[in-house]
Write a protein that binds this ligand. Structure first.
Ligand SMILES: [Zn+2]
Ligand SMILES: [Zn+2]
Length: 250
């Protein structure tokens, strides 16, 4: 079935707003609804800038617990409860420790608002790496990557839905797990924070991608999470780079 899956870029920027881009948030629209991948601190604003309301989202999956990938969830929950008043169930998935991390973050950002019972059914699923999770007709595989997140795992994700595969590197230095995550994917959304390799090994760089990507079969790659130097040199990269608001039919 052609073009039955769509990727919408709500935000593809780094943690620091480089290039004026919003933080990480992607929507996978398929025949089952809409899955958000990551929800950064300003993603609710970014969603509205796309002309969308949160009602469109029925599932969210997080790559890791940095604020540029999950910091918008407290606002998302509050909006869903008190402003948008959405009764539809919401499922949030992420690395192990998600439930406590989400509650702690919400309490830090908005003390006293965490609720045991929301007006909508909130289903929190912690994903074990290397064990595919089947959620409805979507299958999500996570693999541990190399990115400092304290006691928690940072992960790359492989989402299979409606016969299509969309892979997300998440934030990471190079790990061979990306071979499995991105193999035969229709779209590979891959971070490239650094234009040149840096001593800090928690992000990918253009030289590393140039050396590793020829070994992966994918239909199309889109670079995201570009840092300032990478943004300034994006035209020299032999790969497509993302921009907020872009929509890709898969
Ligand atoms: Zn990030
Ligand atoms: Zn990060």
């Amino acid at each position: 079935m052609p073009n039955n899956v769509e990727l919408r870029v709500v935000g593809c920027g780094d943690a620091f707003g480089s290039g004026g881009q919003f933080q990480s948030c992607f929507l996978i629209n398929d025949l089952n609804g809409t899955l958000a991948v990551d929800f950064g601190a300003r993603s609710l604003i970014a969603l509205r800038a796309c002309g969308l309301d949160q009602q469109v989202i029925d599932q969210i999956v997080l790559t890791h617990f940095h604020e540029d990938h999950m910091g918008g969830l407290p606002f998302f929950l509050l909006d869903r409860e008190y402003v948008a008043r959405v009764d539809a169930p919401l499922r949030i998935m992420g690395p192990r420790g998600l439930a406590k991390r989400l509650q702690d973050m919400t309490e830090v950002m908005c003390p006293g608002v965490w609720k045991k019972t929301w007006r909508f059914h909130l289903d929190l699923i912690e994903i074990d790496p290397d064990r595919p999770v089947q959620v409805g007709d979507r299958c999500i595989l996570s693999k541990t990557v190399r990115h400092p997140t304290g006691p928690f795992e940072a992960t790359a994700l492989r989402v299979e839905t409606c016969g299509k595969v969309i892979a997300f590197s998440g934030d990471t230095g190079w790990v061979d797990a990306l071979y499995d995550i991105a193999a035969d994917s229709d779209l590979f959304v891959c971070e490239c924070f650094n234009y040149e390799e840096q001593p800090y090994g928690g992000h990918l760089s253009l030289p590393v991608l140039l050396s590793k990507l020829p070994d992966i079969q994918f239909r199309r790659i889109l670079l995201n999470h570009l840092g300032p130097e990478m943004l300034a040199n994006r035209m020299s990269a032999p790969f497509e780079t993302l921009a907020d608001g872009a929509i890709y039919a898969i």
